[in-house]
Design a protein around this ligand. Structure first.
Ligand SMILES: Cc1ncc(COP(=O)(O)O)c(CN[C@@H]2CONC2=O)c1O
Length: 490
């Protein structure tokens, strides 16, 4: 018998069943179909549009957002240290500002080579930078030994969810709608997601009374609820929590003996700073009036280089800060970080730059702040433009994006759509999103991929397409929606 006729050793019948349960809609069926169309177009196939627009993922540089010049200057010098040699200085200093040269030298002095493994928690110098950033942001110190640099925030989140999962009864409270890293990871570990619902009618606000009802009910049903996940600003919903909400959540977690996981990767994507400034859970905890809570609540906060105005998603950088965790747990986290040896150095360097950008008076300060402001102002305009576009569509209502990079409009779909979707064995909002992709090339994510209240349908779109293309982007969506409703009237 030739090898090719033998049955496979590994098949989907005998693989890890937990992996089969994992779903991640941000790069699910719709995104896969979008890639097929992109390949088709590259090979000359004709579609009613000339390119695919990926609005399914918060990946700014995929949609031509420029990287921050100073960050790339330092990163390129760290990658090619020969450029720092004295014999090249007269030529190189014509291309690189002195503060970029100095920052690269400082980083390489602490890193050695970007090709070498670093400390498993991340380069100590960079963790000191993160601690200083946290102190300047919150007004409270941070311990570099309680900070872990990670392969994006995703890796940090998965580490903590893994630590929290003792068995299938281990319950983690996650928001609905939620960013599916959480539901996917809990499926992978076999833990129990405990859903709490954000209220769309009040701008996706979070109701403490509901949290209490949810945790009480889950525990009655035998779930060992042990953590609460908060995404602030929210993904896909974009809401920003107010100060008293943060305090209530902290008191709730302490009272209900829950570890608080604060996903704060969009902390600089704040579009109504005068109304809803970003307040970290670290600051809120340190501001809490009760010392017992301040010293007792176990908090882990996550940040990333993928968001903000930086968008360095592909370099895979981020960190998490642990507060009040048991020393034995800290030792276990360190052990697991060691198993993965270390986070990549390109991501670590970007964390240093994100947390310690050029300061006032330094040569790159003006250009850096101008680049950041240009990106910020454009994101703010685009979020409003797209929200207005959605709200002008028949049967669509869209809350504003107070933060993050997404809008999550609710779309009213006819019974005909519901029936057609059932025939296609997909959710009605997935049916709508597929039709949008095939008609316009715009790839969004169905609301069913994030969770939503029963009998409501949504989709999530980023507002990342380049601003000069926005008028056409919005008019294409309007045309599609009008025709879709016409074709699917009851
Ligand atoms: C709330 C939230 N947490 C963590 C992450 C992970 O980020 P990194 O691992 O890149 O640091 C993302 C990424 N946002 C995904 C990716 O793009 N669109 C999304 O919804 C996110 O939205």
């Amino acid at each position: 018998m030739t090898i090719s006729n033998q049955s496979k050793v590994l098949t989907t019948d005998n693989m890890n069943p937990l992996i089969k349960n994992v779903e991640y809609a941000v790069r699910g069926r719709l995104a896969i179909r979008a890639e097929e169309i992109r390949t088709d177009i590259e090979q000359g196939a004709k579609y009613p549009f000339d390119k695919v627009v990926n609005c399914n993922i918060g990946n700014p540089q995929q949609l031509n957002q420029a990287p921050i010049t100073f960050f790339r200057q330092v990163a390129s010098l760290c990658d090619n240290p020969d450029l720092l040699k004295k014999e090249h200085r007269s030529l190189v200093s014509q291309l690189y500002p002195t503060d970029a040269l100095e920052r690269a030298e400082t980083l390489l002095h602490s890193i050695g080579s970007v090709g070498a493994y670093s400390h498993s928690q991340g380069v100590p110098h960079i963790r000191n930078t993160v601690a200083q950033f946290i102190k300047e942001r919150d007004g409270y110190s941070a311990d570099p030994n309680h900070i872990y640099l990670t392969q994006g925030a995703s890796a940090g989140v998965q580490t903590l969810l893994s630590m929290l999962t003792e068995n299938e009864h281990s319950g983690i409270m996650i928001p609905i709608p939620q960013y599916p890293l959480y539901s996917a990871t809990l499926s992978l570990y076999g833990a129990t997601p405990v859903h709490y619902y954000l209220d769309e009618s009040t701008g996706w606000s979070l109701d403490i009374k509901q949290l209490t009802q949810v945790v009480t009910q889950a525990r009655k049903q035998g779930t060992d609820v042990r953590a609460l996940v908060i995404i602030n600003p929210g993904n896909p919903t974009g809401q920003c929590l107010e100060a008293d909400n943060l305090q209530d959540i902290i008191s709730f977690c302490y009272k209900e003996r829950l570890v608080l996981l604060a996903d704060e990767v969009y902390q600089t994507n704040i579009y109504e700073p005068e109304k809803r400034p970003f307040i970290s859970f670290k600051k809120a905890l340190m501001d809490h009036p009760d010392a017992e809570v301040r010293e007792g609540l176990e908090l882990v906060s996550f940040h990333s280089i993928s968001k903000g105005m930086i968008g360095e998603c592909g370099r895979r950088g981020g960190y998490f800060e642990c507060v009040n965790l048991d020393q034995g747990i800290m030792d276990q986290i360190y052990k697991m970080a060691s198993v993965s040896l270390c986070p990549n150095l390109h991501g670590q360097i970007l964390v240093d730059l994100m947390c310690n950008p050029p300061r006032f008076g330094e040569p790159s300060y003006d250009s850096y702040t101008a680049e950041i402001k240009t990106i910020y102002d454009s994101l703010r305009r685009r979020s409003k433009k797209l929200q207005d576009c959605f709200n002008n569509l028949e049967g669509v209502s869209c809350q504003p994006a107070q933060g993050a990079m997404y809008l999550f409009p609710q779309v009213t779909l006819s019974n005909k759509v519901v029936q057609e979707a059932k025939k296609a064995n997909i959710a009605p909002d997935a049916y709508y999103s597929h039709a949008m992709l095939e008609a316009t090339g715009v790839c969004v994510v169905p609301g069913s991929g994030f969770g939503q209240k029963d009998n409501t349908w949504h989709f999530r779109s980023t507002f990342l397409p380049e601003e000069h293309l926005f008028d056409k982007f919005c008019s294409d969506l309007e045309k599609f929606h009008h025709q879709f409703l016409k074709d699917h009237r009851d």
